[in-house]
Design a protein around this ligand. Structure first.
Ligand code: C2E
Ligand code: CA
Ligand code: CA
Ligand code: CA
Length: 279
């Protein structure tokens, strides 16, 4: 058995070793990133379709690695989830986003909804209700200004338990959004079981409303269904005027995407808000 065990090393090519070494190093660095203040939040505006006003922002995590530069969340969020680091990192994100939002309120900004992404692991490994409650208390942010985004897949396993947790979050007064809607396996009718306020239509549909008939049909269906259930709709990844017009025509409530703005660092978001409110 021992010889066999040793033999298995034969499967590792130099290239694979390189990849796993890189990953190990990234994991090591990520463990220190919070303490070293290398994580920052960018904020992407969410715009009301009928008024054109910024009504909210989504907090999106960025990692400024001392050697590697800006590491994309697409690269380090999966790693953070694999290692469980998303739990402390997610708590930091929530605190930072709520503190920022409260600061803007204190400055007299118009009420801006602050959307924060929650990973499924945060529901599993942590009392997320307690966390949200204490962060609201610490920061003084009014609960109704906080919007928590989660994906459909969270609710797919352990449905009853998760729905209870979501209900407790609603009881705190925060808003809930289903993120990336349409990409999961749940049927549209599943929506009525979730105690949510908002459906975020995934950008893969939005981006092909003019090229793929099925995506246009689905996008319209999601908006219509959500409306019939008194849920708000937010379309993600809006990049063109044509996409915006389509969404406007079909009564989508809010849009988010490069057409209006990329995710912005605090200072640039503040400048944008000053231009909007002339204050
Ligand atoms: P997401 O929650 O679906 O966030 C939207 C992503 O779409 C963001 O990517 C945003 O920059 C990008 N985006 C927005 N508008 C457009 C557009 O018009 N065109 C295109 N091509 N992209 C657009 P980002 O910031 O790279 O984040 C990627 C994902 O990483 C997020 O997807 C989310 O799943 C995850 N993530 C980011 N921050 C956090 C966080 O604080 N906690 C957790 N758990 N996940 C996070
Ligand atoms: Ca999101
Ligand atoms: Ca999304
Ligand atoms: Ca996504």
């Amino acid at each position: 058995a021992k010889a066999q065990g040793r033999n298995t090393f034969g499967f590792y090519t130099a290239e694979m070793n390189q990849v796993s070494l890189e990953k190990l190093r990234l994991e090591h660095d990520l463990r220190q990133a919070v303490a070293r203040n290398e994580l920052v939040l960018f904020y992407q505006p969410q715009v009301n379709v009928s008024t054109g006003q910024v009504v909210g922002v989504e907090a999106l995590l960025r990692w400024q690695h001392p050697q590697l530069g800006m590491v994309s969340p697409a690269k380090f969020i999966p790693l953070a989830e694999e290692t469980g680091l998303i739990v402390p990192i997610g708590a930091w994100v929530l605190r930072e986003a709520c503190a920022q939002s409260q600061k803007w309120q204190a400055w007299g900004f118009p009420p801006l909804k602050m959307s924060v992404n929650l990973s499924a692991l945060q529901f599993k490994k942590q009392n997320v209700v307690q966390l949200v409650q204490s962060v609201l208390q610490e920061t003084g942010l009014p609960a109704h200004l906080l919007d928590l985004e989660f994906t459909e897949s969270l609710v797919m396993e352990n449905t009853e338990y998760i729905i209870q947790v979501l209900q407790s979050l609603r009881d705190l007064g925060v808003q809930l959004s289903v993120d990336d809607f349409g990409t999961g396996y749940s049927s549209l009718s599943y929506l009525k079981r979730f105690p949510v306020n908002t459906v975020k239509i995934d950008r893969s549909f939005v981006q092909s409303v003019h090229h793929v008939r099925e995506d246009a049909v689905l996008t319209r269906a999601i908006i219509a269904l959500a409306r019939s259930m008194n849920l708000k709709t937010v379309a993600e990844g809006v990049e063109t005027i044509e996409q915006l017009n389509f969404l406007m025509q079909h009564n989508c409530d809010e849009v988010q995407g490069f057409y209006f703005s990329k995710p912005l660092p605090v200072f640039e978001l503040e400048q944008l808000m000053h231009r909007q409110t002339h204050f």
